[in-house]
Design a binder for this molecule. Structure first.
Ligand SMILES: [Zn+2]
Ligand SMILES: [Zn+2]
Length: 287
């Protein structure tokens, strides 16, 4: 049952990760950078938002705490966390004519949801937060383009998921879960099977003797291998189990290592100590 629980937890986590993240997509390269939409300001629309991503032209204004001269039309501000509150940055970028603001963390990797206390109804542009790696990558990329690069901000809605993501969740998750359960089951089966068999090196250490008909104590003595049902003939190699029962070495070795670790006659577990009545003959033998 524990494997079921693990699978369900993984599935839920996978779903949560997909549900709570939106993304910045670089239109030219189709690269996707996971982001998180702020708790204030308008939501991203169904079709997303397309604009030219630009850090403020003046390096000192990289925190975006003050309005700047619009560097281009339809621009999305790429600014750094720190110096002032998130909502102050977004307000300043709104005033600077930005369509949206992407706030990135330069020092720590991890997504946060940007909150703002008080009334934020004056915030009319959406804003998203990107973690350190995404921020650095976007910053680098925006510098490498000659023209300001076009980005699309997509919303964190199941409806905007790419088909592949949908397929992953709907088809692959149950498939992975089934595979996991199957492998666990196989492993347990194998372990159980292993516990039912005697180790080969243990079996080969059990005593053997050569059969001699004249040495048999009585006529009644068992002179047949209970596994292959053949009578013993002189020079046959017999193996003696801890319970004193004897069989052809080849017959009993195969039985113990591939079938069951119990004596075929008295069912004694050969890996355990010899039974108290080991010297007694079983009714089957003396019959
Ligand atoms: Zn035999
Ligand atoms: Zn036995």
């Amino acid at each position: 049952m524990s494997s079921w629980r693990v699978c369900i937890t993984l599935l839920v986590l996978f779903t949560i990760v997909h549900l709570t993240h939106a993304a910045v997509i670089v239109v030219a390269t189709n690269e996707t950078y996971i982001d998180r939409v702020a708790a204030f300001g308008p939501r991203l629309t169904e079709e997303g938002l397309v604009g030219r991503l630009l850090p403020p032209s003046d390096e000192e204004e990289r925190y975006g705490c003050h309005p700047v001269t619009p560097p281009t039309e339809n621009w999305v501000a790429l600014i750094e966390r720190g110096e002032c509150s998130f909502v102050d940055k977004v307000r300043a970028m709104q005033e600077s004519g930005a369509l949206a603001a992407v706030v990135g963390d330069k020092h720590y990797n991890g997504w946060i949801t940007m909150y703002a206390p008080g009334d934020t109804s004056d915030v009319l542009i959406p804003s998203v937060f990107v973690a350190q790696h995404q921020y650095q990558a976007l910053l680098q990329l925006s510098k490498s383009f000659r023209e300001p690069m076009l980005v699309r901000l997509v919303k964190d809605d199941m409806l905007t998921w790419p088909l592949l993501d949908m397929l992953l969740v709907v088809v692959l998750s149950p498939a992975v879960m089934m595979l996991f359960i199957y492998l666990t089951w196989r492993l347990r089966q194998r372990q159980r099977r292993k516990n039912e068999l005697a180790p080969t090196d243990f079996v080969t250490k059990l005593p053997v003797r050569k059969f001699r008909r004249e040495k048999q104590q009585s006529q009644d003595d068992h002179a047949e291998c209970a596994i292959c049902l053949e009578d013993y003939v002189d020079d046959d190699i017999l193996r003696t189990l801890p319970c004193r029962h004897e069989f052809h070495t080849t017959c009993v070795d195969a039985w113990l290592t591939t079938h069951k670790k119990f004596c075929p006659i008295c069912k004694h577990d050969i890996c355990r100590k010899a039974p108290e009545s080991s010297t007694e003959r079983t009714p089957l033998l003396s019959a």
